[in-house]
Design a binder for this molecule. Structure first.
Ligand SMILES: [Mn+2]
Length: 265
């Protein structure tokens, strides 16, 4: 997996503010441990931006995901004004109650893989056996090694059936708990739909889609796709790194009331 688009995310945060910002999980771990990724100045400035926003009265709620689940032991704590929660309930301006979660607990695929892991060895060995002739052919053709197990997992994770099952499971649970809708992340796909009368909002990610879910002053919600020109991003990035020296936080546009910010799935 490629790293997150940190320059884009920083530029987005530089140009957007809200009364409340929910960070819907999988934010920190991959920054640090991602194979192709390491902490950089943009990540520093993203954190500074969030902390400054918190200091200036923005309510920032961080809901850890499965990649940063070590922060789940910090639930109900508050770090520099950013409160950490396992889940949240957001009341929209027009009175809908939305359940805000990361969503990995409803990832049936992950539960299945866990099950396969318990079966253990056997499943893996079977896949590896199948993989052997493929590996041999690929070697002969001078191609890079390829793993059937990894490919199968990818194909399954990205299939629309998996997405559909995820959104159905999440909204079923939201209904059971009496919410009007749910806002989540986790599966890399920004989407909004109504499932049997329950709103489903997925805020996507900042690896591919650069999306966030937002609520306006009147309660209307939308998915923001952030795709400014690369020169704008570069300019905002420069501005951020200079500006944090003197801590001036002038915003460039009118803030929506709310943002649900997902980074990684
Ligand atoms: Mn996740």
């Amino acid at each position: 997996m490629n790293g997150i688009k940190s320059a884009e995310l920083l530029a987005f945060l530089e140009t957007h503010d809200a009364e409340t910002i929910y960070l819907v999980g999988d934010i920190i771990d991959q920054w640090v441990l991602g194979r192709k990724w390491s902490w950089n100045e943009d990540c520093d400035n993203i954190l500074r931006n969030l902390m400054l926003k918190a200091e200036r009265g923005t309510n920032i709620v961080y809901i850890p995901g499965n990649h940063d689940d070590s922060f789940r032991s910090w639930v109900n704590a508050s770090i520099n004004g950013i409160s950490i929660k396992r889940e949240a309930v957001h009341m929209t301006a027009d009175g809908r109650r939305l359940w805000v979660i990361h969503g990995d607990e409803f990832d049936l695929f992950m539960q299945h893989t866990k099950f396969l892991c318990h079966l253990g060895h056997f499943g893996c060995q079977l896949l590896m056996k199948f993989n052997r002739p493929v590996a041999w052919v690929r070697r002969r053709l001078g191609l890079k090694p390829w793993s059937l197990a990894v490919a199968a997992r990818r194909a399954l994770q990205k299939s629309s059936k998996t997405f559909r099952r995820f959104s159905k499971t999440v909204t079923d649970e939201a209904r059971r708990l009496g919410y009007d809708g749910v806002v989540c992340g986790h599966i890399h796909r920004a989407e909004h739909k109504l499932i049997d009368g329950i709103e489903y909002w997925n805020d996507g990610d900042w690896v591919d889609s650069c999306t966030a879910t937002a609520e306006a002053m009147d309660g209307t919600m939308s998915t923001l796709h952030y795709s400014p020109h690369s020169s704008t991003i570069e300019w905002l990035r420069q501005r951020a790194s200079v500006r944090y020296e003197d801590r001036d936080m002038t915003l460039l546009n009118n803030p929506p009331t709310l943002l649900f910010q997902g980074v990684l799935p």
